[in-house]
Write a protein that binds this ligand. Structure first.
Ligand code: PLP
Length: 404
C-alpha cells in the first residue's frame, strides 16, 4: 500500500516549515513573558507579539489594536457571541445565525437561548449560502447580533459577506463572521466587507494549533465585549491569560505567508480541484457536488456518491485521509447538519465525502486519490442492488438516492 495521502485541509493544515522556523527560538532562548514590563526578556517577547499582531491585522485590513489573541476559533466565537450578548443584552435579546454554522457557533447560540436570548436560525439555500435579503428580512427592532460564517467548513460555500455586512450596518446591528475557513484563503478586508467581529484560527492557515485571534472593531462603531475570562486584564481586558508567544509568532508568520502566497495558493488548489473533479465526474455517474459550484473555497470538494455508503467508502479508501462531513461530528453517524440544512436527503448525506487540497498537495497525490476513489465507488456499487436496478433502467429518482 502506498503512503497515506492527506486530503483533509479543512480539518487542519500542516505547519508550514517557514512558520516553524520562525517559532523555534521562542521555545528556547527568547522565553520572556510579554506582560513583563520591567526587563528586556519581557520587552523582547512583547515585540514579537506586537509583530504577530501587525501581521494578522494586515492580512484582514484591521489595525493591530483590534486584534485579541485567543486559543482558536472556538474561543473566538464564544467571546464574540457571548461577549456581545452580555454587553448589549439590555438593548435587545434577538440574535440571527445560520443552520449551517460550525457547532461552535450553534452550541454557543443554544447556550444563549438558555440564558434568555432568542435566536433565529436561517436555512441556507440548496448551495449552502445565504443572501443579504434573507438576513434583512429576519432583522428585528430587538436584533443585537448577526452571525453568519464567511465560508463553510464542510462544503466550502462562500457567503456574500460584504452585502450581509452592509445590511447590518445600515440597521445598526453588529455583524460577527466566523472567518476560520476564509482568512488566508480569500481576500478579507474588515473595512470594505462591513465586518464588526471576525474570528480566525492558526491551524487552518498553516500555523500552529491552539492559537487564534478575534478582530474586534474599535471605530465606527466601537464594539465592546464582556470578557469571558477573568484575570490579569490582558488583551485590553477582553481576554486574560499569559500570551502564548511562540504560537503567536507562528500565527503571525502564517498570516504573512498567506498574504504573500494567496494567489499562488488559490491557483494551486483550484487546479488540483479541477483535475480531481473532472476525472471523478468523467468516470462515475450519480455523483453530486455539495456546495456552490463557483462561490466555493478553491480547496474544497464535497461530493456525494449515490449508492455508496460514506463510511464504507472511507474504509475502501483507507490510505486517503479524508472526512465525511465535519471532523468534529465524524464520530457520530448522524447525517451532517450542514447538508440537512441545505435539503440534501439522508442517503446522499450519508454518502458524502469532503476532499480538501492545500499548499502541500501534489498533482500526483490527486491522481492517486482519484484512481482509488473511482475504484472504490465501482467496487462498492457492484454490491448495491439499488445501483443494479438503476443500471437496468428502474427509475428510483423520486424515492431514493437522487432525491437531492
Ligand atoms: N469554525 C469553523 C468554520 C471551523 O472550521 C472550525 C474548525 O473546525 C472552528 C470554527 C473551530 O476552530 P478551532 O479548532 O480553532 O477551535
Amino acid at each position: 500500500m502506498s503512503a497515506p495521502i492527506y486530503l483533509d485541509y479543512q480539518a487542519t493544515t500542516p505547519v508550514d516549515p517557514r512558520v516553524l522556523e520562525e517559532m523555534l527560538p521562542y521555545f528556547g532562548e527568547i522565553y520572556g513573558n510579554a506582560a513583563s514590563r520591567s526587563h528586556a526578556f519581557g520587552w523582547q517577547a512583547e515585540e514579537a507579539v506586537g509583530q504577530g499582531r501587525e501581521r494578522i491585522a494586515h492580512l484582514i485590513g484591521a489595525s493591530a489594536k483590534e486584534i485579541v489573541f485567543t486559543s482558536g476559533s472556538t474561543e473566538g466565537i464564544n467571546l464574540a457571541m457571548k461577549g456581545v450578548a452580555q454587553m448589549y443584552g439590555s438593548k435587545g435579546k434577538h440574535i440571527i445565525t445560520s443552520q449551517a454554522e460550525h457547532k461552535a457557533v450553534l452550541d454557543t447560540a443554544k447556550r444563549l437561548e438558555k440564558d434568555g436570548f432568542e435566536v433565529t436560525y436561517l436555512a441556507p439555500d440548496s448551495t449552502g449560502r445565504h443572501s443579504a435579503e434573507q438576513v434583512a428580512e429576519a432583522l428585528r427592532e430587538d436584533t443585537i447580533l448577526v452571525t453568519i460564517m464567511w465560508a463553510n467548513n464542510e462544503i466550502g460555500s462562500i457567503n456574500p459577506i460584504r452585502e450581509i455586512g452592509a445590511v447590518c450596518k445600515e440597521r445598526g446591528v453588529l455583524f460577527f463572521t466566523d472567518g476560520t475557513q476564509a482568512v488566508g484563503k480569500l481576500p478579507v478586508d474588515v473595512e470594505a466587507d462591513n465586518v464588526d467581529l471576525l474570528c480566525l484560527s492558526g491551524h487552518k492557515l498553516y500555523g500552529p494549533k491552539g492559537v487564534g485571534a478575534l478582530y474586534v472593531r474599535r471605530r465606527n462603531p466601537r464594539v465592546r465585549l464582556v470578557a469571558q475570562m477573568d484575570g490579569g486584564g490582558h488583551e485590553r481586558g477582553m481576554r486574560s491569560g499569559t500570551l502564548n508567544v511562540p504560537a503567536i509568532v507562528g500565527l503571525g508568520k502564517a498570516c504573512e505567508l498567506c498574504e504573500i502566497d494567496m494567489d499562488t495558493d488559490r491557483e494551486h488548489a483550484l487546479s488540483l480541484r479541477t483535475r480531481f473533479e473532472e476525472k471523478i465526474f468523467g468516470a462515475l455517474d450519480h455523483v453530486h457536488l455539495n456546495g456552490h459550484p463557483e462561490h466555493r473555497l478553491p480547496a474544497c470538494s464535497n461530493l456525494s456518491f449515490a449508492y455508496v455508503e460514506g463510511e464504507s467508502m472511507i474504509m475502501g479508501i483507507s490510505n486517503l485521509a479524508v472526512s465525511s462531513g465535519s471532523a468534529c461530528t465524524s464520530a457520530s453517524l448522524e447525517p451532517s447538519h450542514v447538508l440537512q440544512s441545505m435539503g440534501v436527503g439522508d442517503e446522499l448525506s450519508h454518502s458524502s465525502i469532503r476532499f480538501g487540497f492545500g499548499r502541500f498537495t501534489s498533482e500526483e497525490d490527486v491522481d492517486v486519490a482519484t484512481e482509488q476513489v473511482i475504484a472504490a465507488v465501482k467496487r462498492l456499487r457492484e454490491l448495491s442492488p439499488l445501483y443494479e436496478m438503476v443500471q437496468e433502467g428502474v427509475d428510483l429518482s423520486k424515492i431514493q438516492w437522487d432525491a437531492h
